[in-house]
Design a protein around this ligand. Sequence first.
Ligand SMILES: Cc1cc2nc3c(=O)[nH]c(=O)nc-3n(C[C@H](O)[C@H](O)[C@H](O)COP(=O)(O)O)c2cc1C
Length: 354
Amino acid sequence: MDNALLSRLGIDHPIIQAPMAGSTTPAMAAAASNAGALGSLALGASNAKQAADILAQMHKLTKRPFSANFFCHSPAQLDPGKDAAWIKHLQPFLDEFGATISPPLKEIYQSFVADTEMQNLLLQNPPAAISFHFGLPAPAVISGFKNQGVFLMATATSIDEAREIEAAGIDAIVAQGIEAGGHRGTFDGRADTEIGTFSLVRLLASNTKLPIIAAGGIMDGQGIAAALQLGAQAVQMGTAFLLATESNANDAYRAMLKSDRASATRITAAISGRRARGIVNRFISEIDTPAAPPIPAYPVAYDAGKQLHAHASAQGSHEFGAHWAGQGARLIRDGYSVSELIAAFMAEFNASTN
Ligand SMILES: Cc1cc2nc3c(=O)[nH]c(=O)nc-3n(C[C@H](O)[C@H](O)[C@H](O)COP(=O)(O)O)c2cc1C
């Protein structure tokens, strides 16, 4: 298997293990890179010191190319009135665990666009590739990485975002369809076009000149073959890796992914403040209701959501976690390491393309 994207990245297989904040580990990303795919570190929720530690671990685990991923949303505007109304909305659920949340809610991690310490860390010792989600950094930051020879990728959920990514000088587009697990990469202030992966890959392949990486609902080699047939040069798979031995998903999340409940996923902004797809739990079905007040900004709402989840899980309820998963979740495989998963995907891919 070879194409211009794989040659430029120096990888053997058309597979990018998706960055998944909270679930990706250096062991997962290194195993993906060592198996000939592109491993991705999810550094969007880390500060510069944590990122430096993770990057140091990664360099010990692999000499192959890997990617580091960052969130490029507008920094949160704090709004005490909005936060208070949101905490009041959560109170009946907190009451179940005898808990309260004290204001103020916090911006629990910084956007890459405002984190100059992080930018400098990456500029000093850049990985082979960097990917951006929720938007793009400033032109000077993009040109700084390009001058260092870093391969840059960014998520698009619409033609407009893809055109912006191309105009900014990014090297490849992650076409994230509505099926995808986790946060929608939709840029700030844009309505979510909710286009599926099948249509989005075709739309972006015919509206931009950049290589397209298909993301959303791809769970096996047949899905990879279909995405490449549509015009993608690689795929980015997230949910498919969540049960891998190297994944950080905890027991409750793993149990949910293996259960019938994985058949029902929904998009909600109530957990974090940005739209994201996860397995329907009580947070989604009972808190994200038409009667809910406006949700605080990302990741301020996540501060409240994580506090509620911490209280609930300490008392044995796992109904308030962020169980991110894509629409293909029921196809997830259990009992595999990352390298075994990649071998299985490539065997299926080869069988379906020969
Ligand atoms: C648990 C989870 C966490 C995710 N976290 C991130 C992240 O930190 N950065 C990012 O760019 N994408 C993130 N995503 C989205 C993935 O990059 C990708 O778009 C998605 O996994 C593709 O859909 P799939 O899950 O159906 O394979 C996440 C996805 C999941 C399932």
